[in-house]
Ligand binder design. Sequence first.
Ligand code: AHR
Length: 526
Amino acid sequence: MCKKKVTFIMISLMLCGLLGNASAETYILPESNEACKLLVHVNQGKERISPEIYGHFAEHLGRCIYEGFWVGEDSYIPNVRGIRTDVVETLKKVHIPVLRWPGGCFADEYHWKEGIGPRNKRPEMVNTHWGMVTENNHFGTHEFLDLCEMLGCEAYIAGNVGSGTVEEMQDWVEYMTFAGDSEMANLRRTNGREKPWRVRYFGVGNENWGCGGNMTPEYYADLYLRFQTYVRNYSGNRILKVACGPGSLNLHWIEVIMQKAARQMDAISLHHYVRGSGNWTDKGSATQFDEKEWFVLMRNSLGVKELIAQNIEVMDKYDRRKRVDLYVDEWGTWWDAEPGTNPGFLYQQNTLRDAVSAGIFLNVFNTYCERVKMANIAQTNNVLQAMILTKGKQMIVTPTYHVFEMFKVHQGATLLPSDIYCHGYRLEGQELPSLVTSASKDASGNTHISICNLNPNQDVKLTCLLDGLNPTEVTGRVLTAEKITSHNTFENPDVVKPTTMTELSIENNLIIAKIPSKSVVVLAVK
Ligand code: AHR
């Protein structure tokens, strides 16, 4: 996070256009009653925000696939070909652009041929990573690709390097995408699908430094080179190949993979999970926490900025033309499992704290859209920082879902450079910027500004200057709640939901807004 102390004289110069700085910077103001300021350069946008930054991830883990997506054709829960209708309709509202599947750690022990053909004949397996439960393989390739077609999103398949074979991976791609006459394509036809599917993204392994085989980077890089050779483009389907990158900070891993294999990949992944305290055995409660834990989560969420910058720096050493993209294909908060639930199922509640954290991540991804072309929050239903929670036929959306719904205006829009001048949010001698923002211009010329107020105690008066636009109309939506721990439940599903902003106006070409404490705001400007 770039933080600079600045004086009001500098800000006035900036707002008068005398310094003309078009970069995205955060400046922390000295303490005063002065309003925070946002300067947006409306005519200086260059980079497109890839819609896939707003992507999702669904693993065979706990109740994400089974119950979350798949209920079976005979279920009393309304479904189309076994896939629950309410969940599909709800995800369509956020314009879900891409879905990653089948894992996660599960991907490196998944053998796809066990998940095709008549369901009652599919073999069972043990899901060793997630609760040692029996997996009946009822949700397999056909069901997943059917789901993607229902959602209208791209498919991102994670292949098995850890315990699979090259032949198995090659067969899978041929099975899904070959239009001609071959053993795999004909097997697909026997199983009811004549036409090949479109498969845009293929991950060659997952976390192969850990659950995906405990490999060294040198060993994985060699395996990557071999496996990816056989991930072919069939029948006009162009697959983008994704190499396994690091989990949080492991620059040695990305350095070795880029050095050995940059030319054979389209993208490399990065995983980043955040907590508010504790360690991996005591991650903290999702719903019971104090301001200290809130602050630490905000700090850790902002940390993704530095993490991305460091990884890009290494990538650039081996890819000077910046051809290889960075996919943050797992990210989000990770808390102790909800009391009374199977700890191996990673079911957690989701509060306003998760929503503000998601807003920070998405704003950072937007600002790095030149290189970050995809991100997939973990995970879609009932697992980790979920969009959707289900209980039998009941379904609720989480505060994080609302952030995705509010931010969907950025999908495919042009990032606008912007500079924010805000006060610090301080706790116990540490300081964070109170506001984290990004801005974009969509195809119709409308400007959208998304703002997170990290401070749970203070509303912020914000003045926005749109350099290159005299605004005629502004509207805003805000997501906040009474407490930092507020969340939606099956009994009270609308405790945290967006409302229309009222304290918002245009005065002398400036937009004046009150950004409530602990909130996520999206402004639409014409
Ligand atoms: O999302 C849960 C797990 O987190 C995934 O299976 C794995 O890739 C990561 O460690």
